[in-house]
Write a protein of this length. Structure first.
Length: 150
């Protein structure tokens, strides 16, 4: 499970070190690669290959049952067309493809957030702005936590 938040540098070639905790999970999957794509938020999202394959299987299952609204096709286009395969190199880094660095407004530094089966990659300024906006939703967050028994 991915948890925690980390600030990491991105070099001029687009390489970024993966936190040791995250690297253990990725390498432990037996496939030292993540699939990275855009998210609905202004960030990138990365999945170990087994989690990515599970998402693909769920989408295929919905398509086969004809529960496939037109919005699902739009989602698939955005999700899969922007995806890039990012192997972890011997130094524990991934290369973020140029189109994804541009999409995520990543230049020089990134914030990595562990979110259960995935992790997000944020521009530091965008993440700070998002955190501030989230503070305005504390009542809704409390209700969600209460419903979940937290």
């Amino acid at each position: 499970m991915f948890t925690g938040n980390f600030r990491h540098a991105i070099d001029d070639k687009g390489r970024m070190s993966i936190p040791a905790k995250f690297r253990e999970i990725i390498l432990g999957s037996g496939q030292p690669t993540v699939m990275m794509t855009t998210a609905l938020e202004p960030c990138l999202v990365a999945y170990p290959l087994p989690a990515w394959e599970a998402i693909r299987a769920r989408l295929r299952s919905h398509a086969e049952r004809e529960e496939y609204p037109p919005e699902m096709e739009d989602f698939e286009r955005r999700f899969f067309a922007s995806a890039g395969e990012c192997p972890v190199d011997r130094q524990g880094r991934i290369l973020i493809p140029p189109h994804l660095r541009e999409e995520g407004h990543l230049n020089g530094e990134a914030i990595l957030l562990g979110i259960d089966r995935k992790f997000e990659i944020w521009n530091p300024q965008t993440w700070e702005e998002k955190k501030q906006r989230t503070m305005g939703h504390t009542d809704a967050i409390r209700k969600i936590r209460f419903r979940l028994g937290m």
